[in-house]
Design a protein around this ligand. Sequence first.
Ligand SMILES: CC(C)(COP(=O)(O)OP(=O)(O)OC[C@H]1O[C@@H](n2cnc3c(N)ncnc32)[C@H](O)[C@@H]1OP(=O)(O)O)[C@@H](O)C(=O)NCCC(=O)NCCS
Length: 258
Amino acid sequence: MPGSAIRLPSEGLCRGEVHIWLADSVAMRAECERMTDFLSDDEIIRLGGFKSVQAHDTYLVGRVTLRRVIGRYLDCDPKDLRIAAGQHGKPILVEQRQRAQVEFNVSHAEQVVGISVARRPVGFDVESTERCVDIGALSQRVMSVAERAAIFSNCGIEAQRSCFLRYWTRKEAVLKRDGCGLSRDPTGIETAESMTQCGRIFSFAPRPGYIASVAGSEMLTTISLFDPAHGSEPTGIVPVMKTKIPTIGRSHGGPDAW
Ligand SMILES: CC(C)(COP(=O)(O)OP(=O)(O)OC[C@H]1O[C@@H](n2cnc3c(N)ncnc32)[C@H](O)[C@@H]1OP(=O)(O)O)[C@@H](O)C(=O)NCCC(=O)NCCS
């Protein structure tokens, strides 16, 4: 079957691990277009409704890659996976037996598409660090008092922006892990600490020019990055215990090789 090119690490997915599969929607578009028979009728209808080429391509690459990747973890055909939206829109596996084995979450920013996979509920968010944001207005809307103080204690707009985007992706990751989206007030979620009451949050730079955060369970110990075009060797490992933001490079080549 065409999806068989995705290769999982031989040690599989441990309980404390999150695997992140990072794809480039421009590089993978043609390949994914040949695999649209993996998609459900609903996904095909949604794909046909995008007005912007970039939104179309990120959805195409996101859904095809999601099905290929999850199909490998569950050892089943990508097109047989039944994916539905939860109460607030979080895509979930319909079959309880499959959902008990693997959890996932999708995020895209510009042409980067990321799929996080774990044994326990996981949320993932990636943003471009070039993204145009009104830090003042958005901080009022989504940040807690402590986060606003931390953001504006930085000297200079670039440092403030970088701090803002870090908190932003951490909040999104928590909201996405819990599946509640914006039905929950983001100002009530404190994201400065890595270990929270409900689990662990970790931030890193998956590629130059991007920041990403993962929210997992309290068991989260390792985040491994994979490239669906290359396979079973991680392209980077994020040691979750560190507090600074590491930049991820490929194990075989520099970050530019993405
Ligand atoms: C939809 C939302 C979950 C994330 O949106 P986003 O950051 O714009 O987009 P991302 O690319 O990171 O994530 C989109 C993916 O999340 C998934 N998703 C959608 N709703 C979700 C939910 N309730 N929970 C978890 N995941 C969800 C979907 O897979 C979606 O991709 P798809 O439509 O291609 O399948 C939601 O949080 C939102 O609308 N955010 C808007 C931004 C904002 O105001 N954030 C304030 C909080 S800091």
